[in-house]
Design a binder for this molecule. Structure first.
Ligand code: XIL
Length: 369
């Protein structure tokens, strides 16, 4: 049953047990489009006990903006909280050996209060680094910076973080380096050994927490995906040969709704990854509808179909440890900042809409979690 745009948000809030938050919802003044039958289904986090697969989502806004409604929604749907930015280097160590823990600590508290676990994102990345890191000039300084940063963060949050994305996005075939390695500050100063070093440092600081290598861009029947699959697999092989302590492979899963999956190649890629002993996690799922045609309902349906097709492929190879989306509701998606539709309409890549109502993509997730 779909309700019209004039349904007062307060009624939805009451039905969802959010009456105390109704005033804040009303001030948002967005017409509700709640499908009440869908809204009343048990939240995704309740399903993980039976399925063994945790549902997570990344967010920046709820903590930063103290958005009580969104906080409530995240806590009711998700087992895992991923800080979208707060653990990145530019925030945690903005100056050499000066660490800022206020943001991440507040997220750890938020997660603990709501009986959620926290996924640490991320220790070593080419982006979101402060100027002083971008200007590092010698291998010795780069190594010292990595040692101090990883040791400090991983030790501080030992026992509070469920899994760490230790290295994020180490390949970029378009950068033109041998083997498709990304031309990052770490690669330039330390070579590909920086990946092995980072994982060993993380393992030394925390012997038990699962450690993950996180990457995107393997899904489609095009040269970009093909090169990324090939280069990623070669790197994963190499890391296994060196006994690098990596437990999981994080599939970011930023999908493009208008592209065609390469079922066969993606399946073979995932089989090879699993065959090397890596556990899969889906870490940043969203479906970009920048090129999708149609009205909102048609786009939502296409986004859901695309997500289902993808989850089918991944689950046919191995059940991932977790499925996480990069944001929970369309209002807060990073994609609205980076991609603009030709018709000027805002993107709708996530399981909840701008008004926090469940969309068809939510139902797809509920089928897999
Ligand atoms: C993104 C955040 O969502 C944005 O807010 C920020 O401006 C840039 O980073 N892959 C990743 C994430 O691993 O860290 C990125 O997050 C999205 C792509």
């Amino acid at each position: 049953m779909r309700h019209g745009g004039e349904e007062p948000t307060t009624r939805r809030s009451a039905i969802l047990g959010l009456t105390s938050l109704a005033a804040a919802a009303a001030s948002r003044a967005v017409p509700a489009q709640a499908d009440f039958a869908l809204e009343l289904k048990p939240p995704l986090r309740n399903r993980s006990a039976a399925s063994g697969i945790k549902f997570g989502c990344a967010a920046a806004a709820p903590i930063a903006q103290q958005d009580a409604i969104l906080q409530e929604k995240i806590a009711s749907e998700a087992n895992i909280f991923i800080p979208e930015g707060h653990l990145k280097w530019e925030f945690t160590e903005p100056r050499p050996n000066v660490f800022e823990f206020e943001g991440p600590d507040s997220i750890v508290d938020f997660a603990a209060r709501h009986d959620m676990i926290m996924h640490g994102h991320t220790l070593v990345w080419y982006a979101a680094i402060p100027d002083w890191v971008a200007r590092l000039a010698t291998a010795k300084d780069a190594r010292a910076a990595l040692e101090r940063h990883i040791e400090t963060l991983v030790s501080r949050y030992r026992g509070k973080i469920w899994a760490w994305d230790v290295v994020n996005e180490p390949i970029e075939p378009k950068d033109g380096l041998d083997h498709g390695y990304r031309n990052s500050i770490w690669q330039r100063l330390l070579g590909i050994d920086h990946v092995d070093l980072a994982f060993r440092l993380a393992r030394a600081a925390d012997p038990v927490t699962p450690l993950s290598l996180n990457e995107y861009g393997f899904e489609y029947a095009d040269a970009t995906s093909r090169n990324r699959r090939q280069d990623m697999l070669a790197l994963l092989h190499k890391l296994r040969e060196r006994n690098t302590p990596i437990d999981c492979f994080g599939l970011q899963s930023h999908l493009d709704g208008h592209k065609t999956f390469d079922h066969k190649e993606l399946t073979e890629f995932l089989r090879s990854v699993v065959g090397l002993g890596y556990r899969l996690m889906i870490t940043e799922l969203d479906v970009n509808d920048v090129e999708l045609r149609g009205n909102e309902a048609e786009r939502d349906a296409a986004v859901a179909r695309h997500a289902a097709e993808y989850l089918d492929i991944v689950f046919s190879v191995a059940r991932p440890l977790s499925v996480s989306t990069w944001g929970l509701c369309d209002r807060d998606t990073w994609m609205r900042q980076y991609f603009k539709r030709a018709d000027g309409k805002p993107l709708r890549p996530l399981p909840l809409d701008t008004d926090l109502n469940r969309k068809p993509m939510w139902s797809v997730l509920a089928n897999y979690i």
